[in-house]
Design a protein around this ligand. Structure first.
Ligand code: MRU
Length: 343
Protein backbone atom coordinates (compact mmCIF):
# COMPACT_ATOMS: atom_id res chain seq x y z
CA UNK A 1 0.00 0.00 0.00
CA UNK A 2 1.13 3.56 -0.57
CA UNK A 3 1.79 5.32 2.73
CA UNK A 4 -0.78 7.89 3.84
CA UNK A 5 -1.25 9.98 6.95
CA UNK A 6 -3.88 12.07 8.69
CA UNK A 7 -4.11 13.48 12.21
CA UNK A 8 -5.42 10.20 13.65
CA UNK A 9 -4.53 7.52 11.07
CA UNK A 10 -1.28 6.49 9.42
CA UNK A 11 -0.25 3.75 6.98
CA UNK A 12 3.48 3.19 6.61
CA UNK A 13 3.12 0.90 3.60
CA UNK A 14 3.20 -2.26 5.74
CA UNK A 15 1.01 -1.60 8.77
CA UNK A 16 -1.92 0.65 9.70
CA UNK A 17 -1.54 2.80 12.82
CA UNK A 18 -4.28 4.52 14.80
CA UNK A 19 -3.74 7.39 17.23
CA UNK A 20 -5.43 6.06 20.38
CA UNK A 21 -7.94 8.85 21.05
CA UNK A 22 -8.76 7.49 24.51
CA UNK A 23 -5.25 8.56 25.59
CA UNK A 24 -5.61 12.17 24.41
CA UNK A 25 -4.91 14.90 25.35
CA UNK A 26 -2.15 13.65 27.66
CA UNK A 27 -0.41 11.00 25.55
CA UNK A 28 -0.02 10.48 21.80
CA UNK A 29 0.10 6.70 21.52
CA UNK A 30 -0.16 4.95 18.13
CA UNK A 31 -1.58 1.41 18.09
CA UNK A 32 -1.59 -1.21 15.34
CA UNK A 33 -4.94 -1.46 13.55
CA UNK A 34 -3.82 -3.64 10.63
CA UNK A 35 -5.80 -6.66 11.81
CA UNK A 36 -9.57 -6.23 11.26
CA UNK A 37 -10.43 -7.94 14.58
CA UNK A 38 -8.18 -5.44 16.37
CA UNK A 39 -9.78 -2.61 14.39
CA UNK A 40 -13.29 -3.70 15.49
CA UNK A 41 -12.14 -3.43 19.11
CA UNK A 42 -10.46 -0.05 18.49
CA UNK A 43 -13.67 1.29 16.93
CA UNK A 44 -15.84 -0.05 19.76
CA UNK A 45 -13.72 1.44 22.53
CA UNK A 46 -13.52 4.76 20.59
CA UNK A 47 -9.73 4.65 20.16
CA UNK A 48 -10.68 5.56 16.59
CA UNK A 49 -13.96 7.43 16.28
CA UNK A 50 -15.91 10.06 14.31
CA UNK A 51 -18.28 8.97 11.55
CA UNK A 52 -16.04 9.50 8.50
CA UNK A 53 -12.85 8.27 10.20
CA UNK A 54 -14.26 4.92 11.31
CA UNK A 55 -15.25 4.22 7.67
CA UNK A 56 -11.80 5.19 6.39
CA UNK A 57 -9.99 3.25 9.15
CA UNK A 58 -12.09 0.11 8.65
CA UNK A 59 -11.44 0.23 4.88
CA UNK A 60 -7.69 0.65 5.42
CA UNK A 61 -7.61 -2.26 7.88
CA UNK A 62 -9.49 -4.49 5.45
CA UNK A 63 -7.16 -3.50 2.59
CA UNK A 64 -4.11 -4.35 4.71
CA UNK A 65 -5.67 -7.70 5.56
CA UNK A 66 -6.24 -8.42 1.85
CA UNK A 67 -2.71 -7.27 0.99
CA UNK A 68 -1.33 -9.74 3.57
CA UNK A 69 -3.08 -12.62 1.81
CA UNK A 70 -6.50 -13.04 3.47
CA UNK A 71 -8.72 -15.57 1.69
CA UNK A 72 -12.03 -14.46 0.13
CA UNK A 73 -13.91 -16.08 3.04
CA UNK A 74 -11.72 -14.38 5.66
CA UNK A 75 -12.08 -11.06 3.84
CA UNK A 76 -15.90 -11.33 3.69
CA UNK A 77 -16.14 -12.23 7.41
CA UNK A 78 -13.86 -9.33 8.40
CA UNK A 79 -15.85 -6.93 6.24
CA UNK A 80 -19.11 -8.01 7.93
CA UNK A 81 -17.59 -7.71 11.43
CA UNK A 82 -16.26 -4.20 10.73
CA UNK A 83 -19.58 -3.15 9.21
CA UNK A 84 -21.34 -4.12 12.45
CA UNK A 85 -18.78 -2.59 14.84
CA UNK A 86 -20.94 0.48 15.58
CA UNK A 87 -24.54 0.96 14.43
CA UNK A 88 -25.22 4.70 14.02
CA UNK A 89 -22.53 6.26 11.81
CA UNK A 90 -23.56 5.27 8.32
CA UNK A 91 -20.14 6.11 6.88
CA UNK A 92 -18.93 2.77 8.27
CA UNK A 93 -21.57 0.80 6.33
CA UNK A 94 -20.99 2.99 3.26
CA UNK A 95 -17.25 2.27 3.27
CA UNK A 96 -17.71 -1.47 3.96
CA UNK A 97 -20.23 -1.82 1.12
CA UNK A 98 -17.67 -0.25 -1.22
CA UNK A 99 -14.95 -2.58 0.04
CA UNK A 100 -17.22 -5.63 -0.25
CA UNK A 101 -17.86 -5.01 -3.93
CA UNK A 102 -14.30 -4.05 -4.80
CA UNK A 103 -11.93 -6.11 -6.94
CA UNK A 104 -8.93 -4.05 -5.74
CA UNK A 105 -9.34 -3.44 -1.98
CA UNK A 106 -6.02 -1.59 -1.64
CA UNK A 107 -6.90 0.93 -4.35
CA UNK A 108 -10.46 1.25 -3.02
CA UNK A 109 -9.29 2.01 0.55
CA UNK A 110 -6.87 4.60 -0.79
CA UNK A 111 -9.70 6.20 -2.80
CA UNK A 112 -11.94 6.27 0.30
CA UNK A 113 -9.15 8.05 2.22
CA UNK A 114 -8.43 10.70 -0.44
CA UNK A 115 -12.12 11.23 -1.14
CA UNK A 116 -12.74 11.97 2.53
CA UNK A 117 -9.94 14.57 2.51
CA UNK A 118 -11.62 16.18 -0.51
CA UNK A 119 -15.10 16.06 1.06
CA UNK A 120 -13.73 17.92 4.10
CA UNK A 121 -12.42 20.63 1.76
CA UNK A 122 -15.88 20.85 0.15
CA UNK A 123 -17.62 21.31 3.52
CA UNK A 124 -15.03 23.90 4.60
CA UNK A 125 -15.52 25.87 1.40
CA UNK A 126 -19.32 25.78 1.64
CA UNK A 127 -19.51 26.47 5.36
CA UNK A 128 -16.81 29.11 5.82
CA UNK A 129 -18.90 31.46 3.69
CA UNK A 130 -21.58 31.40 6.41
CA UNK A 131 -19.23 32.55 9.17
CA UNK A 132 -19.12 36.29 9.85
CA UNK A 133 -16.15 38.14 11.31
CA UNK A 134 -16.36 38.34 15.10
CA UNK A 135 -18.78 35.47 15.68
CA UNK A 136 -18.88 33.31 18.79
CA UNK A 137 -19.53 29.73 17.68
CA UNK A 138 -20.62 26.82 19.84
CA UNK A 139 -19.72 23.27 18.83
CA UNK A 140 -20.32 19.82 20.31
CA UNK A 141 -18.30 16.60 20.41
CA UNK A 142 -15.26 16.37 18.11
CA UNK A 143 -15.65 17.02 14.40
CA UNK A 144 -12.10 17.86 13.32
CA UNK A 145 -9.02 16.12 11.98
CA UNK A 146 -9.47 13.40 14.60
CA UNK A 147 -12.92 12.52 13.26
CA UNK A 148 -12.10 12.47 9.53
CA UNK A 149 -9.19 11.86 7.15
CA UNK A 150 -9.06 15.58 6.38
CA UNK A 151 -9.61 18.84 8.26
CA UNK A 152 -13.00 17.83 9.62
CA UNK A 153 -16.67 18.65 9.23
CA UNK A 154 -17.90 21.43 11.58
CA UNK A 155 -14.43 22.03 13.00
CA UNK A 156 -12.98 22.06 9.48
CA UNK A 157 -15.24 25.01 8.68
CA UNK A 158 -14.05 26.85 11.80
CA UNK A 159 -10.44 26.13 10.88
CA UNK A 160 -10.93 27.46 7.34
CA UNK A 161 -12.75 30.61 8.55
CA UNK A 162 -9.91 31.21 11.04
CA UNK A 163 -7.32 30.77 8.26
CA UNK A 164 -9.28 33.29 6.17
CA UNK A 165 -8.62 35.84 8.91
CA UNK A 166 -12.11 35.92 10.39
CA UNK A 167 -12.00 36.60 14.11
CA UNK A 168 -13.85 33.77 15.84
CA UNK A 169 -14.30 32.59 19.36
CA UNK A 170 -15.15 28.90 19.59
CA UNK A 171 -17.00 27.51 22.61
CA UNK A 172 -16.41 23.76 22.90
CA UNK A 173 -18.94 21.66 24.77
CA UNK A 174 -17.20 19.17 27.02
CA UNK A 175 -19.58 16.46 25.66
CA UNK A 176 -20.69 14.09 28.37
CA UNK A 177 -20.16 11.25 28.98
CA UNK A 178 -16.97 10.48 27.04
CA UNK A 179 -15.67 14.06 26.84
CA UNK A 180 -14.80 14.20 23.14
CA UNK A 181 -15.11 18.01 23.34
CA UNK A 182 -13.04 18.46 26.48
CA UNK A 183 -10.33 15.98 25.50
CA UNK A 184 -10.22 16.07 21.68
CA UNK A 185 -11.75 19.30 20.35
CA UNK A 186 -9.87 21.29 23.00
CA UNK A 187 -6.64 19.52 21.93
CA UNK A 188 -7.27 20.35 18.25
CA UNK A 189 -8.28 23.96 18.94
CA UNK A 190 -5.08 24.53 20.94
CA UNK A 191 -2.97 23.00 18.15
CA UNK A 192 -4.72 25.23 15.56
CA UNK A 193 -4.40 28.38 17.68
CA UNK A 194 -8.11 29.21 17.38
CA UNK A 195 -9.34 31.39 20.28
CA UNK A 196 -11.60 29.13 22.31
CA UNK A 197 -13.20 28.36 25.66
CA UNK A 198 -14.28 25.03 27.11
CA UNK A 199 -17.69 24.76 28.78
CA UNK A 200 -19.62 21.90 30.34
CA UNK A 201 -22.71 20.88 28.37
CA UNK A 202 -25.00 22.32 31.03
CA UNK A 203 -23.54 25.83 30.53
CA UNK A 204 -24.62 26.13 26.89
CA UNK A 205 -28.08 27.61 27.52
CA UNK A 206 -26.65 30.37 29.69
CA UNK A 207 -24.02 31.18 27.07
CA UNK A 208 -26.74 31.44 24.41
CA UNK A 209 -28.92 33.62 26.66
CA UNK A 210 -26.00 35.96 27.29
CA UNK A 211 -25.56 36.55 23.55
CA UNK A 212 -22.05 35.05 23.42
CA UNK A 213 -22.95 32.65 20.60
CA UNK A 214 -23.99 33.75 17.10
CA UNK A 215 -24.00 30.29 15.52
CA UNK A 216 -23.98 26.60 16.47
CA UNK A 217 -22.11 24.13 14.22
CA UNK A 218 -22.21 20.36 14.80
CA UNK A 219 -21.34 17.20 12.87
CA UNK A 220 -23.57 14.28 12.03
CA UNK A 221 -23.36 10.49 12.13
CA UNK A 222 -26.32 9.92 9.85
CA UNK A 223 -28.60 12.27 7.92
CA UNK A 224 -32.01 10.83 6.97
CA UNK A 225 -33.58 11.55 3.57
CA UNK A 226 -35.80 14.30 5.05
CA UNK A 227 -32.92 16.11 6.81
CA UNK A 228 -33.47 14.77 10.36
CA UNK A 229 -30.04 13.77 11.64
CA UNK A 230 -28.31 11.79 14.38
CA UNK A 231 -25.28 13.18 16.17
CA UNK A 232 -23.56 12.89 19.54
CA UNK A 233 -26.06 12.89 22.40
CA UNK A 234 -26.67 16.46 23.52
CA UNK A 235 -27.00 17.82 19.98
CA UNK A 236 -30.82 17.77 20.09
CA UNK A 237 -30.81 19.77 23.32
CA UNK A 238 -28.47 22.33 21.78
CA UNK A 239 -30.78 22.65 18.76
CA UNK A 240 -33.77 23.34 21.04
CA UNK A 241 -31.77 25.93 22.99
CA UNK A 242 -30.50 27.59 19.81
CA UNK A 243 -34.05 27.85 18.43
CA UNK A 244 -35.33 29.36 21.71
CA UNK A 245 -32.61 32.01 21.58
CA UNK A 246 -32.92 32.69 17.84
CA UNK A 247 -29.38 31.47 17.07
CA UNK A 248 -28.66 29.75 13.70
CA UNK A 249 -28.00 26.02 14.02
CA UNK A 250 -26.17 24.04 11.30
CA UNK A 251 -25.33 20.35 11.02
CA UNK A 252 -22.34 19.71 8.73
CA UNK A 253 -21.72 16.45 6.87
CA UNK A 254 -20.21 14.86 3.78
CA UNK A 255 -22.57 13.05 1.38
CA UNK A 256 -21.22 9.75 2.76
CA UNK A 257 -23.17 10.51 5.98
CA UNK A 258 -26.49 10.79 4.10
CA UNK A 259 -28.65 7.66 4.24
CA UNK A 260 -31.42 7.94 1.69
CA UNK A 261 -32.77 4.57 2.85
CA UNK A 262 -33.74 6.17 6.18
CA UNK A 263 -36.85 8.24 5.41
CA UNK A 264 -36.62 10.18 8.68
CA UNK A 265 -34.87 10.28 12.02
CA UNK A 266 -37.08 7.62 13.59
CA UNK A 267 -35.44 5.03 11.31
CA UNK A 268 -31.88 5.82 12.50
CA UNK A 269 -30.48 3.12 14.84
CA UNK A 270 -29.05 4.60 18.02
CA UNK A 271 -26.05 3.01 19.71
CA UNK A 272 -26.58 2.19 23.40
CA UNK A 273 -23.32 2.03 25.33
CA UNK A 274 -22.22 0.61 28.68
CA UNK A 275 -24.01 2.40 31.57
CA UNK A 276 -20.68 2.42 33.43
CA UNK A 277 -19.62 5.28 31.11
CA UNK A 278 -22.26 7.48 32.80
CA UNK A 279 -21.26 6.44 36.34
CA UNK A 280 -17.62 7.40 35.87
CA UNK A 281 -14.70 7.88 33.51
CA UNK A 282 -11.56 5.72 33.33
CA UNK A 283 -10.59 4.62 36.83
CA UNK A 284 -12.79 7.32 38.42
CA UNK A 285 -16.38 6.58 39.49
CA UNK A 286 -18.71 9.17 41.04
CA UNK A 287 -22.04 7.30 41.14
CA UNK A 288 -22.86 4.21 43.20
CA UNK A 289 -21.62 1.14 41.35
CA UNK A 290 -25.10 -0.43 41.18
CA UNK A 291 -26.90 2.75 40.10
CA UNK A 292 -28.87 2.08 36.88
CA UNK A 293 -27.84 4.50 34.11
CA UNK A 294 -29.01 5.24 30.55
CA UNK A 295 -26.35 5.75 27.90
CA UNK A 296 -27.53 6.42 24.33
CA UNK A 297 -24.45 7.58 22.38
CA UNK A 298 -26.46 9.70 19.93
CA UNK A 299 -29.71 11.62 19.65
CA UNK A 300 -31.80 12.70 16.68
CA UNK A 301 -32.48 16.34 15.83
CA UNK A 302 -35.56 16.99 13.68
CA UNK A 303 -35.05 18.99 10.50
CA UNK A 304 -37.48 21.63 11.86
CA UNK A 305 -34.75 22.82 14.24
CA UNK A 306 -32.12 23.15 11.50
CA UNK A 307 -31.31 26.56 10.01
CA UNK A 308 -29.43 24.92 7.16
CA UNK A 309 -27.50 21.72 6.50
CA UNK A 310 -23.97 22.20 5.18
CA UNK A 311 -23.01 19.38 2.83
CA UNK A 312 -19.79 19.13 0.82
CA UNK A 313 -21.83 19.98 -2.26
CA UNK A 314 -24.16 22.72 -1.09
CA UNK A 315 -26.17 24.30 1.70
CA UNK A 316 -29.78 23.23 2.12
CA UNK A 317 -32.69 24.87 3.96
CA UNK A 318 -35.24 22.75 5.88
CA UNK A 319 -37.78 23.47 3.13
CA UNK A 320 -35.41 22.11 0.48
CA UNK A 321 -34.57 19.10 2.66
CA UNK A 322 -38.24 18.27 3.28
CA UNK A 323 -38.86 18.55 -0.47
CA UNK A 324 -36.23 15.86 -1.19
CA UNK A 325 -33.12 17.94 -1.98
CA UNK A 326 -30.81 15.24 -0.57
CA UNK A 327 -32.05 12.60 -3.00
CA UNK A 328 -31.16 14.94 -5.87
CA UNK A 329 -27.85 16.13 -4.37
CA UNK A 330 -26.64 12.60 -3.60
CA UNK A 331 -28.14 10.73 -6.57
CA UNK A 332 -25.64 8.36 -8.14
CA UNK A 333 -23.09 9.14 -5.46
CA UNK A 334 -23.41 5.79 -3.71
CA UNK A 335 -25.13 7.38 -0.76
CA UNK A 336 -27.63 4.67 0.15
CA UNK A 337 -25.59 2.06 1.95
CA UNK A 338 -28.36 0.69 4.09
CA UNK A 339 -30.09 -1.62 1.66
CA UNK A 340 -29.42 -4.65 3.88
CA UNK A 341 -29.63 -5.13 7.62
CA UNK A 342 -29.71 -1.45 8.32
CA UNK A 343 -31.88 -1.07 11.37
O1 MRU B 1 -19.02 8.59 19.43
P1 MRU B 1 -18.20 9.43 18.51
O2 MRU B 1 -17.11 10.17 19.21
O3 MRU B 1 -17.70 8.64 17.34
O4 MRU B 1 -19.22 10.53 17.95
C1 MRU B 1 -18.78 11.43 16.97
C2 MRU B 1 -19.78 12.46 16.63
O5 MRU B 1 -20.88 12.46 17.13
C3 MRU B 1 -19.42 13.45 15.57
O6 MRU B 1 -20.13 14.63 15.76
C4 MRU B 1 -19.77 12.82 14.22
O7 MRU B 1 -19.09 11.64 14.01
C5 MRU B 1 -19.67 13.67 13.04
S1 MRU B 1 -18.26 14.70 12.86
C6 MRU B 1 -17.14 13.94 11.94
Amino acid sequence: MNPFESLGLRHDGRALWVLDQTRLPDAEVWVDGSDPAAMVALIQRLAVRGAPLIGVAAAASLATFAHRGASATEYAAACAALRAARPTAVNLMWAMDRMKGSTDPVAEAQRIFTEDVRLCEGMAQQGAALIQDGEGILTHCNTGGLATAGIGTALGILRRAHEQGKRLHVYADETRPLLQGGRLTAWELRKLGIPSTLITDSMAALLLRDGKVQRVLVGSDRVAANGDFANKVGTYGLAVQARFHGVPFHPVAPFSTVDLACPNGAAIPIEQRDPAEVRGYGPLRWAPEAMPAWNPAFDVTPVDLVTSLVLDRGIFSPEELRAGALAKACAGAGSSPMSEGSV
